[in-house]
Write a protein that binds this ligand. Structure first.
Ligand code: MV4
Length: 442
């Protein structure tokens, strides 16, 4: 088992990992930027070390500084959290080269899934249904054939993409060439890789993802799904588990396919397979090789501590849970609390002058902020996650409504009111919303 882990992250996820380590009896090292000297993750860790100036590029993304910190503090593991270096193949490799365990999958699996074309090929080869697509866009007649087959609209995506960058929806024939070229230019600029591919554009899908957990002995389990369809500009806002619209048969069918594919890959650790879901069919899009922001809703309905399991698997332990032990019980919803203006969605950093967080049965707040804390302008605007749990969905929504009403954050703008409005809409209440929900919401 690990003796000491360095947490290469900040904010609520650094605390989440810290807490798992404390329960496992593992010492912790926090890294921080000059702007985060008084951050909660620094205060809660056993040791802390400054890795650079405020900008993420010179601190939380500064690989040499982080490796130096890890060497100086003599850690035997590094947890990357999400974002930052969590899906950086080179980071994982360098860590291993220093005889430190990267708490995540093998770097080769980060690499494969980092290329969305390769990821789709691998999943397709292993029986997972994928979005119909075309991977070679240099041949005009091949493109014509593809469109004839799937019909417009189509979407152009960057092979190294994610987060909506390098994506173009094509509605009309005459726009295809321009869309491919401008997607290529944007992809080159953003990812230094201008490779793009085409997919049939699904117009009203849900975004549903499957959580998996694997050890180094070929054991893989699935922990149900999360419905993440409430998103804006490719930022998720609300996630829930289970999805209201899935039957047990559909859930088991897709879970079994994911399990088989992940197992034949030899993948280790936690992972998420992202799907579009339309007309009762799943279409694989990409796989995330990290712990995700929305993991708590899965923890609430399975009763499993995903971060502890992730650390245990990375330590080389056999999975202590079998698929038979997994049952989805009750319902959980997560609202991402962002420091931003309610109308413009512009980030709203600054001092939190008053802070009261909700509590009570079935209410969980994963956050690293406190009264008097100054939200720095240098990083993501998410300042916390409000998660509720109840026996069923309708009770869970009522609990979320109550918890949002109880939440007091003064001094900065937040999206708490927006969440209150969203969860009271007929569409959200029915559970039948799709990825277009936010484009018509105001
Ligand atoms: C799609 C899609 C529909 N059809 N792919 C991929 C990355 C993720 N952040 C959004 N992605 C989408 N991929 C196919 N084949 C719909 C989305 C999508 C979306 C696309 C354009 C504009 C806004 C969107 C919001 C959510 C999802």
């Amino acid at each position: 088992m690990f003796k000491k882990i360095l947490i290469a992250n900040r904010g609520e996820i650094a605390l989440r990992v810290l807490r798992a380590c404390q329960e496992l009896g593992i010492k912790t090292v926090a890294i921080h930027s000059e702007a985060d000297e008084s951050a909660m993750h620094v205060r809660m860790a056993d040791e802390s070390i400054c890795v650079g100036p405020a900008s993420a590029q010179s601190s939380y993304l500064n690989i040499p500084a982080i490796i130096t910190a890890a060497t100086l503090t003599n850690v035997d593991g590094i947890h990357p959290g999400y974002g930052f270096l969590s899906e950086n193949q080179r980071f994982a490799e360098i860590i291993e080269e220093h005889n430190i365990k990267f708490i995540g999958p093998h770097s080769k699996h980060i690499k494969i899934m980092g290329n969305k074309i390769d990821a789709k090929k691998i999943m397709d080869d292993n029986g997972v249904p994928t979005v119909p697509g075309l991977n070679e866009v240099s041949n005009k007649s091949e493109i014509e054939k593809f469109i004839k087959n799937v019909e417009l609209p189509i979407i152009v995506k960057a092979a190294s993409g994610g987060g909506g960058k390098g994506m173009r929806v094509v509605l009309n024939h005459e726009d295809i060439e321009n869309a491919i070229n401008s997607a290529k230019t944007e992809a080159k600029k953003s990812f230094n890789d201008d490779k793009v591919y085409l997919e049939k554009f699904l117009t009203t899908p849900k975004h549903i993802e499957i959580q998996i957990l694997a050890d180094g002995y070929g054991n893989v389990i699935t922990l149900g799904e999360r419905d993440c369809s409430i998103q804006r500009k490719h930022q998720k806002l609300i996630e829930e588990s289970p999805s209201e619209i899935l039957t047990n048969e559909k859930r088991k069918e897709i879970s079994d396919l994911c399990k088989k594919a992940v197992s034949s890959l030899g993948y280790e650790g936690v992972g998420t397979l992202e799907f579009l879901y339309e007309n009762n069919k799943f279409y694989f899009m990409e796989m995330n090789t990290r712990l995700q922001v929305e993991h708590p809703v899965t923890e609430m309905v399975t009763g499993i501590d995903l971060v502890k399991q992730q650390i245990l698997a990375a330590a080389g332990e056999k999975l202590s849970i079998s698929q038979n032990n997994i049952t989805l019980k009750g319902h959980s919803i997560e609202c991402r609390i962002n420091a931003e203006h309610s109308e413009t969605f512009i980030p709203s950093p600054g001092k939190i002058t008053q802070y009261h967080q909700p509590g009570g049965l079935g209410v969980r707040v994963d956050s690293a902020v406190y009264q008097g804390y100054i939200v720095p302008p240098h990083y993501d605007s998410m300042i916390g996650k409000l998660i509720t749990y109840a026996d069923n969905r309708s009770e869970c929504i009522k609990r979320m409504k109550r918890a949002l009403e109880e939440y007091v954050i003064m001094g900065i703008n937040t999206n708490i009111q927006m969440h209150q409005k969203i969860i009271m809409t007929e569409e959200f209440q029915s559970g039948k919303y799709d990825i277009n929900f936010m484009s018509t919401f105001n």
